[in-house]
Write a protein that binds this ligand. Structure first.
Ligand code: MG
Length: 278
């Protein structure tokens, strides 16, 4: 079974990012440009019982908007959600939107870049959806989110035992598709399990954007989930990877912050410090 987990070889416990300490800002202030990559759920917003129930404060919105106009900062929001959904929620212009773990990207100039997906993958996802929609009908708290090129099974509101039974069966069924050669992989997220085509992940999307638009920029990536580990790894030595987690765990990130509230405090400080350099 191809379940993505952080590579334990490069994983260690991160240090708390004490951004009140001017020392942590040195590399950020020295950089000519900063390319800031932000995950959405669990990073910019608290995880909500359902994907549509997430919330962002007016203050958070204001500082994100300010960030997009701060000179020398490029911003990308990188999510497993579809681009349109992220756009409708954030309503920000002048940023990169990366959706479906990098399968689709929209540049600030409006160029849309799509990673090709085989028809057999789309067919397999539809077949999984049909089969499991039948088996979860009547089970409270478990539901699918059909994103076309990926499929998410949410179970945050379900009884634990029932959810684990359904998820096990779901993962087993995906394995049967894989055995038949369909290039699918499973991502285990925070009370969501997602199936997506192989060959693309957040790390590749970040590396692509850095190579094409961020030459010479200091990359900063903030994310909370296992799916963000590939992105942490893609930054390389010079980058700044920040995991968002209440409880520090083994990760490829160097630093951690505890929650989205602290992420927004960090972003406000970033605007403050970078604003001074211009
Ligand atoms: Mg997340």
């Amino acid at each position: 079974m191809n379940v993505i987990r952080s590579k334990q070889g490069s994983a260690k416990n991160p240090a708390y990012m004490d951004f009140a300490d001017p020392g942590v800002w040195k590399s950020i202030l020295d950089a000519r440009r900063v390319f800031l990559f932000l995950d959405l759920d669990g990073t910019l917003v608290e995880i909500a019982p359902t994907p549509s129930a997430v919330d962002l404060s007016a203050e958070g919105r204001r500082s994100l908007a300010e960030l997009t106009t701060t000179p020398g900062i490029l911003v990308a929001v990188v999510s497993g959600r579809r681009i349109e959904e992220i756009q409708n929620f954030l309503r920000l212009s002048g940023i990169f939107y990366v959706g479906l773990h990098g399968l689709e990207t929209l540049t600030p100039q409006g160029e849309r870049i799509c990673h090709p997906v085989d028809q057999e993958v789309i067919d397999a996802l539809q077949s999984l959806l049909e089969k499991f929609n039948r088996s979860i009908s009547g089970v409270p708290g478990i539901f699918f989110e059909d994103k076309g090129m990926t499929l998410s099974l949410h179970f945050r509101l379900a009884k634990k035992e029932k959810a684990s039974e359904v998820v096990k069966e779901f993962v087993r069924t995906v394995a049967t598709f894989r055995e038949r050669g369909v290039p699918l992989e499973v991502l285990q997220g925070r009370e969501v399990v997602e199936v997506k085509p192989t060959g693309m992940h957040k790390g590749k999307a970040v590396a692509y954007l850095l190579g094409r638009y961020g030459k010479g920029a200091l990359p900063i990536y903030m994310g909370d989930d296992v799916t963000d580990e590939a992105a942490f790894q893609s930054l390389g030595q010079g980058g700044m990877a920040i995991l968002v987690t209440e409880i520090p765990r083994a990760t490829a990130a160097t630093y951690y912050l505890r929650n989205p509230e602290e992420v927004h405090e960090f972003l406000k400080s970033l605007i403050h410090w970078r604003g001074k350099t211009t």
